[in-house]
Write a protein that binds this ligand. Sequence first.
Ligand code: PLP
Length: 372
Amino acid sequence: MTIKPFKLERYYTLYEFTADYLLCSSDCEAISIRELLALEDGAAEKMFDLNLGYTETKGAPELRRDIATIYKEISPADLLVCSGAQEPIFLFSQAMLKAGDEVIVQSPCYQSLQSVPESLGCRVKEWKVRYKRNTPTFDLGELEQMIGPKTKIIYLNTPHNPTGFHFTETEQAAIVAMARKNNIIIFCDEVYRELERDLQYRIPAIADVYEQGVSLGVMSKTYGLPGLRIGWLATKNHSILNKIAILKEYTTICNAGPSEFLAGVGLRNREKLIAKNLQIVENNLPLLDVFFDKYANLFSWHKPIAGPIAFVKMNFDEHDGLFAERVLKEKKVLLLPGDIYDYNGFFRIGFCRNNMPTALAKFEEFVVENLI
Ligand SMILES: Cc1ncc(COP(=O)(O)O)c(C=O)c1O
């Protein structure tokens, strides 16, 4: 298999643990095992008694019951638990595609959504973001034009990495109608779902509204538990799940039992985790508003209605990669340059970390010392 290196994950491998301040994280503030177990009476004792045998390939039945509560129409049998969100993205494309197939993917995107189909010899059509008065949009008319007789899968990601864009329910219904008419599977990366700043922005999971819809969920982002490496696919289409389970027996076979147990505790208490993380977002966003107002000549941003990230436009002439390199070198603050997404002139910021105010203050020092 020949696949392009994953630019974003390479970048994080190099810098995540050496930078002092992460100003671009897409995962929300994590908590400790102790804090997680404290959310449920008796959970710590149960954890000590956990048997460390293999677990079920599909995921423990109790965990699948907890995951199913996120959805309206999904039952435990409609779920396959995997390692994080990355493994199911990889396995889904491997299981469903062959050379010559055609897929559509939002662009820019989290790279595996595009690079895995490309590595299989598929034609990948990019549904490109259009900025209208600073606001990211995806044009439904363009999508309709892109659909052809060979289109097998539409890959969506909402709330979207990196732009912070989020579909409305009406837009989602229109995409489902197009897919249904053309017998196309929709794979929707919903790793930032449930981090809407107001409930009015929450849209249904694709697996709840489309019989050929596959929803991707994970503990890493909205719930702030990336170290568990627990993610899942939800779909009513069991033939898809079965194909992926067969491949999973070649990768991780089953999930880590302790992680499955802890993910269950997290999900049964997810309203608390969501409230904690939304509070961090609401504390941080006003600081970003002030910052971007103050430096409007240098940067433009669109404040997202959902998710923990935004894509910031640079209004001055410097390569985003070199800019991020300078900021890292001088202030040990990590930004994620648009170059990582092959989308230059922007950088990604993240705002669901407790120390974001300090990271922003350090970044501001750089701005004042170098750009004013
Ligand atoms: C849109 C999107 N999908 C999937 C992933 C992978 O998630 P995980 O690290 O939990 O495997 C990420 C991580 O950044 C992401 O942003």
